[in-house]
Ligand binder design. Structure first.
Ligand SMILES: [Zn+2]
Length: 198
Protein backbone atom coordinates (compact mmCIF):
# COMPACT_ATOMS: atom_id res chain seq x y z
CA UNK A 1 0.00 0.00 0.00
CA UNK A 2 1.25 3.46 -0.91
CA UNK A 3 0.54 6.62 1.09
CA UNK A 4 -1.78 9.19 -0.44
CA UNK A 5 0.45 11.82 -2.15
CA UNK A 6 -0.07 14.57 0.50
CA UNK A 7 0.99 12.17 3.27
CA UNK A 8 3.96 10.93 1.24
CA UNK A 9 4.99 14.55 0.73
CA UNK A 10 4.73 15.32 4.46
CA UNK A 11 6.83 12.25 5.29
CA UNK A 12 9.42 13.27 2.72
CA UNK A 13 9.68 16.77 4.24
CA UNK A 14 9.83 15.48 7.82
CA UNK A 15 12.61 13.02 6.98
CA UNK A 16 14.75 15.91 5.78
CA UNK A 17 14.79 17.36 9.32
CA UNK A 18 17.95 16.73 11.39
CA UNK A 19 17.73 13.66 13.60
CA UNK A 20 14.45 12.50 12.07
CA UNK A 21 14.50 9.06 10.44
CA UNK A 22 11.61 7.29 8.68
CA UNK A 23 10.20 5.96 11.97
CA UNK A 24 10.10 9.37 13.69
CA UNK A 25 8.72 10.96 10.52
CA UNK A 26 5.86 8.46 10.55
CA UNK A 27 5.17 9.15 14.22
CA UNK A 28 5.08 12.93 13.71
CA UNK A 29 2.96 12.61 10.56
CA UNK A 30 0.49 10.38 12.38
CA UNK A 31 0.28 12.91 15.22
CA UNK A 32 -0.36 15.74 12.74
CA UNK A 33 -3.00 13.74 10.88
CA UNK A 34 -4.95 13.00 14.04
CA UNK A 35 -4.31 16.34 15.81
CA UNK A 36 -6.82 19.17 15.99
CA UNK A 37 -6.57 21.37 12.89
CA UNK A 38 -5.76 24.33 15.15
CA UNK A 39 -2.72 22.51 16.60
CA UNK A 40 -1.35 21.71 13.15
CA UNK A 41 -2.02 25.28 11.99
CA UNK A 42 -0.12 26.69 14.96
CA UNK A 43 2.93 24.62 14.04
CA UNK A 44 2.70 25.63 10.38
CA UNK A 45 2.39 29.33 11.24
CA UNK A 46 5.25 29.16 13.78
CA UNK A 47 7.51 27.84 11.00
CA UNK A 48 6.34 30.48 8.54
CA UNK A 49 6.75 33.28 11.07
CA UNK A 50 10.26 32.30 12.15
CA UNK A 51 11.36 32.23 8.50
CA UNK A 52 9.74 35.59 7.85
CA UNK A 53 10.98 37.51 10.90
CA UNK A 54 14.32 36.04 11.99
CA UNK A 55 17.64 36.82 10.33
CA UNK A 56 21.31 36.72 11.30
CA UNK A 57 22.62 39.60 13.43
CA UNK A 58 25.01 41.56 11.18
CA UNK A 59 27.47 42.00 14.08
CA UNK A 60 27.69 38.58 15.77
CA UNK A 61 25.67 36.24 13.48
CA UNK A 62 23.33 35.14 16.23
CA UNK A 63 19.65 34.92 15.32
CA UNK A 64 17.97 38.32 15.48
CA UNK A 65 14.46 39.65 15.20
CA UNK A 66 15.30 43.36 15.43
CA UNK A 67 18.15 44.79 13.40
CA UNK A 68 20.64 43.57 16.03
CA UNK A 69 20.28 40.44 18.17
CA UNK A 70 19.21 40.65 21.82
CA UNK A 71 22.81 40.62 23.08
CA UNK A 72 24.30 43.14 20.64
CA UNK A 73 21.32 45.45 21.20
CA UNK A 74 21.76 45.35 25.00
CA UNK A 75 23.66 48.47 26.24
CA UNK A 76 24.53 46.71 29.53
CA UNK A 77 26.85 44.27 27.78
CA UNK A 78 30.61 44.60 28.11
CA UNK A 79 31.83 45.12 24.55
CA UNK A 80 35.49 44.57 25.51
CA UNK A 81 35.15 40.80 25.69
CA UNK A 82 33.86 38.53 22.96
CA UNK A 83 32.91 34.90 23.49
CA UNK A 84 33.26 32.82 20.32
CA UNK A 85 30.81 29.94 19.86
CA UNK A 86 29.98 27.60 17.00
CA UNK A 87 26.19 27.97 16.81
CA UNK A 88 23.43 30.21 18.21
CA UNK A 89 22.31 27.34 20.46
CA UNK A 90 25.78 27.38 22.10
CA UNK A 91 25.41 31.11 22.72
CA UNK A 92 22.16 30.38 24.55
CA UNK A 93 23.87 27.68 26.64
CA UNK A 94 26.78 29.95 27.63
CA UNK A 95 24.52 32.90 28.35
CA UNK A 96 22.23 30.85 30.57
CA UNK A 97 25.14 30.30 32.98
CA UNK A 98 25.15 34.03 33.77
CA UNK A 99 28.99 33.85 34.04
CA UNK A 100 29.64 35.90 30.92
CA UNK A 101 28.53 39.52 30.51
CA UNK A 102 30.35 40.33 27.28
CA UNK A 103 29.17 39.95 23.70
CA UNK A 104 29.39 36.97 21.36
CA UNK A 105 30.51 35.91 17.93
CA UNK A 106 28.84 32.94 16.24
CA UNK A 107 31.13 31.15 13.78
CA UNK A 108 28.24 29.19 12.26
CA UNK A 109 30.22 25.95 12.41
CA UNK A 110 33.69 24.63 13.17
CA UNK A 111 36.76 23.80 11.10
CA UNK A 112 36.48 20.22 9.84
CA UNK A 113 38.98 19.18 7.16
CA UNK A 114 37.22 15.79 6.77
CA UNK A 115 33.99 17.56 5.79
CA UNK A 116 35.89 20.08 3.69
CA UNK A 117 35.03 22.95 6.05
CA UNK A 118 37.88 25.43 6.26
CA UNK A 119 37.96 28.80 8.05
CA UNK A 120 36.75 30.56 4.89
CA UNK A 121 33.39 28.79 5.29
CA UNK A 122 32.99 30.23 8.81
CA UNK A 123 32.51 33.79 10.11
CA UNK A 124 36.22 34.11 10.92
CA UNK A 125 36.90 37.11 8.69
CA UNK A 126 34.03 38.96 10.37
CA UNK A 127 35.44 38.11 13.81
CA UNK A 128 38.87 39.48 12.94
CA UNK A 129 37.23 42.65 11.58
CA UNK A 130 35.53 43.17 14.94
CA UNK A 131 38.91 43.01 16.72
CA UNK A 132 40.52 45.65 14.55
CA UNK A 133 39.58 48.88 16.39
CA UNK A 134 41.58 47.84 19.49
CA UNK A 135 38.75 48.00 22.00
CA UNK A 136 38.69 44.26 22.69
CA UNK A 137 40.70 43.02 25.66
CA UNK A 138 39.70 39.32 25.73
CA UNK A 139 38.41 36.71 23.32
CA UNK A 140 36.94 33.66 25.10
CA UNK A 141 36.83 30.63 22.82
CA UNK A 142 33.90 28.40 23.69
CA UNK A 143 33.87 26.02 20.75
CA UNK A 144 32.75 22.45 21.47
CA UNK A 145 35.14 20.10 23.33
CA UNK A 146 35.62 17.78 20.33
CA UNK A 147 38.22 17.50 17.53
CA UNK A 148 36.61 20.15 15.32
CA UNK A 149 36.11 22.55 18.25
CA UNK A 150 39.71 22.16 19.45
CA UNK A 151 41.08 22.60 15.91
CA UNK A 152 39.03 25.77 15.54
CA UNK A 153 40.17 27.09 18.94
CA UNK A 154 43.86 26.59 18.08
CA UNK A 155 43.41 28.18 14.67
CA UNK A 156 41.71 31.25 16.16
CA UNK A 157 44.28 31.61 18.97
CA UNK A 158 47.10 31.64 16.40
CA UNK A 159 45.26 34.31 14.44
CA UNK A 160 44.20 36.55 17.35
CA UNK A 161 47.16 36.46 19.76
CA UNK A 162 49.47 38.43 17.43
CA UNK A 163 46.91 41.27 17.64
CA UNK A 164 47.84 41.69 21.31
CA UNK A 165 44.49 40.42 22.58
CA UNK A 166 44.22 37.92 25.42
CA UNK A 167 42.77 34.64 24.14
CA UNK A 168 41.27 32.20 26.61
CA UNK A 169 39.68 28.77 26.21
CA UNK A 170 36.91 27.48 28.45
CA UNK A 171 38.28 24.85 30.84
CA UNK A 172 37.95 21.15 30.35
CA UNK A 173 35.62 19.29 32.67
CA UNK A 174 33.08 19.32 29.92
CA UNK A 175 32.52 15.85 28.53
CA UNK A 176 35.06 15.36 25.72
CA UNK A 177 33.43 14.88 22.34
CA UNK A 178 30.26 16.40 23.70
CA UNK A 179 28.29 19.42 22.67
CA UNK A 180 28.22 22.64 24.66
CA UNK A 181 24.47 22.84 24.42
CA UNK A 182 24.07 19.58 26.35
CA UNK A 183 26.30 20.63 29.24
CA UNK A 184 24.39 21.59 32.35
CA UNK A 185 24.56 25.22 33.45
CA UNK A 186 26.72 24.54 36.51
CA UNK A 187 29.36 22.58 34.57
CA UNK A 188 29.43 25.12 31.77
CA UNK A 189 29.53 28.01 34.23
CA UNK A 190 32.55 26.45 36.00
CA UNK A 191 34.25 25.81 32.66
CA UNK A 192 33.87 29.51 31.85
CA UNK A 193 35.05 30.67 35.24
CA UNK A 194 38.14 28.42 35.01
CA UNK A 195 39.02 29.46 31.46
CA UNK A 196 42.75 29.54 30.80
CA UNK A 197 44.89 31.62 28.54
CA UNK A 198 45.88 29.99 25.24
ZN1 LIG B 1 24.44 40.11 17.65
Amino acid sequence: MRYAPPIARLLEELERLPGIGPKSAQRIAYWLLTAETADADRLASAITEVKRTIHFCPVCFNFAQEELCGVCGDPQRDRASICVVEEPRDLVAVDRTGEFRGVYHVLQGAISPIDGIGPERLRVRELIDRLAPGEITEVVIATNPNVEGETTALYLARLIKPLGIKVTRIASGLPVGGDLEYADEVTLGRALEARREM
